[in-house]
Design a protein around this ligand. Structure first.
Ligand SMILES: [Zn+2]
Length: 135
């Protein structure tokens, strides 16, 4: 056993940068896989409000566990897909998001809307050790 070598700043930076790039690639693969599977549900729905709500909730849980949100088709903001009981008894799919500090709902189709995934926005800007790649 030799004495541990101190980490050089370059080594730390390179390692974290490589890790960051690798995670970005993996994250992209995960995002595409989720998007691909969810596309099977687009344009479809259950005929019960409870089941549609459960579906929207399951989609949200799954996305949230991967740090993802759906992209609102109306305004492009990251949003949470929910089902509102509006008129029709099986409800409508809406994008729930905060715009200019106000909780706002967009959409309102009776079936699952086209799902485009985006990264969940951070609660507040974070300092990061890894600089963006210039390559
Ligand atoms: Zn919107």
């Amino acid at each position: 056993m030799s004495a541990p070598q101190p980490i050089s700043p370059l080594e730390a930076e390179t390692t974290l940068l490589e890790l960051n790039q690798e995670l970005n690639r993996l994250q992209r693969t995960i995002r595409l896989a989720i998007q691909d599977q969810l596309s099977k549900l687009v344009g479809r729905s259950f005929d019960s409000l409870r089941k549609n709500r459960e579906l929207a909730d399951s989609i949200h849980q799954l996305l949230d566990s991967h740090g993802l949100r759906v992209c609102c088709l109306e305004c492009g903001h990251p949003a949470i897909l929910r089902v509102s009981p509006r008129g029709d008894s099986s409800g409508v799919f809406v994008f729930d998001h905060t715009i200019d500090g106000k909780r706002t709902f967009h959409g309102g189709r009776k079936t699952v809307p086209i799902i485009r995934l985006v990264a969940k926005p951070p609660r507040k800007p974070r300092q990061t050790l890894v600089k963006p790649s210039t390559v």
